[in-house]
Design a protein around this ligand. Structure first.
Ligand code: NAD
Length: 418
C-alpha cells in the first residue's frame, strides 16, 4: 500500500497522521492498523458518449476503516481524482467523523473526469454505471456516499435510483445529500457552508474581532457559496471571491445575489462587472478578517501562508493547507486556524441526520437539524481548544489527536481478528 505515498495529497495526510500519532504515543501496531485504508476499489466505467463513441473512465471508492460503523464520504468528479487523492480524503473523513462523535468510518470515491465536459445524459450514464460497478461494496449499513466536488443532489438521486432498482424497492438511506423530495434532509444542501459560517462567527467572538467581518472565499460552489451567503446574512462583508474561472474583489463588499445571477449565466465569476478582477493567487493574500479556502487541496502552501493577511483561516475545503504551511502558521499566532475536519464537518453531521431520518422514516424540522448541528460543532470546538491548550499544540493537531484517538481506541478494544 506504500505506493499510495507517491501521491502528494496522500503523503500529506500520512504526515499529519504521523505527527498526531507521535503526540498520542500510539503503539506501532495500533498506528499501522489505524493509518492504512481497509478497502480500495478501482472500477472501469464505460460510457457511450453523445457522439456514439465509448469512453472508459476510471472510478474509485476507498473505505478507510470499518471499526465504528458504516463508512461515509463523498463522491468527487474531477480530472485530478486518483487512488491516492481518494485515499487521503477517506482518511480525513475518518478523523472528521470520529471528532464529531458519529458512528462512521471514513470513505471517499470519485471518477477521473471533467464534469463540465459531460452532457447531462453522459453524466447520468457515468453515474449509473459507476454506481452499478460499486453495488457489491455499497450498503446503508456498510458504505453510504454523499456529494463532493463536482457532484450534487441530482447525482445522488441517480445513485439512489440505480441502487434501488437493483434492490427492487426504494433505498433512500443508501446516499445522503439527495433531494428532499426523495428522502433528503432539510438543510443538507447548505449544511457545510452554514457550519463554516457558524464556526467563523464563534471564532470571531473568541478573538473579539470588530464587525463587520471582511471575508475572502476561494471556491463558489456548494461550500463556498453557502458559507458566503450565511456570513453575509449574519452581517459580514464578502470582499473577495474566486473560482476556477477567475477571481473578483471589491473592498466595499460584493453583491452576492448579483454574483450568483452572473455565475448561473456565465458558468463562473470571471467577467463579473460589479467587482474588480484580480489574480486567483493574489486574492488569497489580500487583507481581510477571514480567509475561507473552499475549493481544492494544497492551495495554502508555505509561501502563501507567509503572506496571508487574515485573522481567521477557515478551512471549508478538505486539506487546503500543506504541512509546510502549517509550519509557517505556527510562527504566526495572530492567525486562528479552524481546521478542515472541524470547519467543514457540518456536511457530514447533517448527512448523518439524513441517514438516521431515512432509517426511521421520520423527518425533522430544519430548526431541529440546525440546533443539533450547532450543538455538536460547539462541543467539538470546545474540545479542540481545551486539547490545544493542554498539549500546547495547534488546533489542527488537537482536532486530529481527538479523531485518531477515538478510532485507535475502537480498534484496540475490539481486538485483532482472528
Ligand atoms: P463544488 O464542485 O460545488 O464547488 C467547487 C468550487 O471550487 C467551484 O466554484 C469551482 O469553480 C472552484 N474551484 C475549483 N478549483 C479551483 C481552483 N483551483 N481555484 C479556485 N477555485 C476553484 O464543490 P464543493 O462541494 O463546494 O466542495 C469544495 C470543497 O469542500 C472540497 O474540498 C470538498 O471536498 C469540500 N467539502 C465539501 C462538502 C460538501 O458537503 N459538498 C463537505 C465537506 C467538505
Amino acid at each position: 500500500m506504500r505506493f499510495l505515498l507517491d501521491n502528494p495529497t496522500f503523503a500529506m495526510a500520512c504526515r499529519q497522521f504521523d505527527q498526531a500519532a507521535d503526540l498520542l504515543d500510539l503503539p506501532q501496531d495500533l498506528r499501522e492498523r489505524t493509518k492504512w485504508p481497509k478497502r480500495m476499489v478501482t472500477v472501469a466505467v464505460p460510457v457511450r458518449r453523445d457522439s456514439g463513441e465509448v469512453t472508459v473512465f476510471n472510478g474509485y471508492r476507498v473505505q478507510h476503516h470499518l471499526s465504528l460503523g458504516p463508512t461515509k464520504g463523498g463522491i468527487r468528479y474531477a480530472p485530478t481524482v486518483d487512488l491516492g487523492e481518494v485515499s487521503a480524503l477517506a482518511m480525513w473523513m475518518s478523523w472528521k467523523c470520529a471528532l464529531m462523535g458519529l458512528p462512521y468510518g471514513g470513505a471517499k470515491g470519485g471518477v477521473a473526469c471533467d464534469p463540465r465536459e459531460l452532457s447531462r445524459r453522459e453524466c447520468e450514464a457515468l453515474t449509473r454505471r459507476y454506481t452499478q460497478e460499486l453495488i457489491p461494496f455499497l450498503g446503508s449499513h456498510s458504505d453510504i456516499p454523499a456529494p463532493d466536488l463536482g457532484t450534487d443532489e441530482q447525482v445522488m438521486a441517480w445513485m439512489m435510483d440505480t441502487y434501488s432498482n437493483h434492490a427492487g424497492y426504494a433505498v433512500p438511506e443508501i446516499v445522503t445529500g439527495k433531494p428532499v423530495s426523495i428522502g433528503g434532509s432539510l438543510g443538507r444542501r447548505e449544511a457545510t457552508g452554514r457550519g463554516v459560517a457558524f464556526l467563523v462567527n464563534r471564532a470571531a467572538e473568541l478573538l473579539k474581532l470588530p464587525s463587520p467581518l471582511r471575508v475572502i472565499v476561494q471556491g463558489f460552489g456548494n461550500v463556498g457559496c453557502h458559507a458566503a451567503l450565511e456570513l453575509a446574512r449574519t452581517g459580514a462583508s464578502i470582499v473577495g471571491i474566486s473560482d476556477r474561472t477567475g477571481a473578483v474583489y471589491r473592498a466595499g463588499g460584493i453583491d452576492l445575489a448579483a454574483l450568483q445571477r452572473h455565475v448561473a449565466r456565465e458558468g463562473g465569476v470571471q467577467g463579473f462587472s460589479e467587482a474588480d478582477p484580480i489574480d486567483g493567487e493574489e486574492i488569497l493574500v489580500q487583507p481581510c478578517d477571514v480567509l475561507i479556502p473552499a475549493a481544492v487541496e494544497r492551495v495554502i502552501r508555505a509561501d502563501v501562508a507567509g503572506r496571508i493577511r487574515c485573522r481567521i483561516l477557515a478551512e471549508g475545503a478538505n486539506g487546503p493547507t500543506t504541512p509546510e504551511a502549517d509550519g509557517v502558521l505556527a510562527e504566526r499566532p495572530e492567525i486562528f486556524v479552524l481546521p478542515d475536519i472541524l470547519c467543514n464537518a457540518g456536511g457530514v453531521v447533517v448527512s448523518y441526520f439524513e441517514w438516521v431520518q431515512d432509517l426511521q422514516s421520520f423527518f425533522w424540522s430544519e430548526k431541529e437539524i440546525y440546533d443539533a448541528l450547532f450543538r455538536i460543532l460547539t462541543d467539538a470546538l470546545a474540545k479542540i481548544l481545551k486539547r490545544a491548550e493542554q498539549r500546547r499544540v495547534s488546533t489542527r493537531m488537537a482536532a486530529l489527536m481527538i479523531g485518531i484517538e477515538r478510532v485507535a481506541e475502537a480498534k484496540r478494544i475490539r481486538g485483532l481478528f482472528p
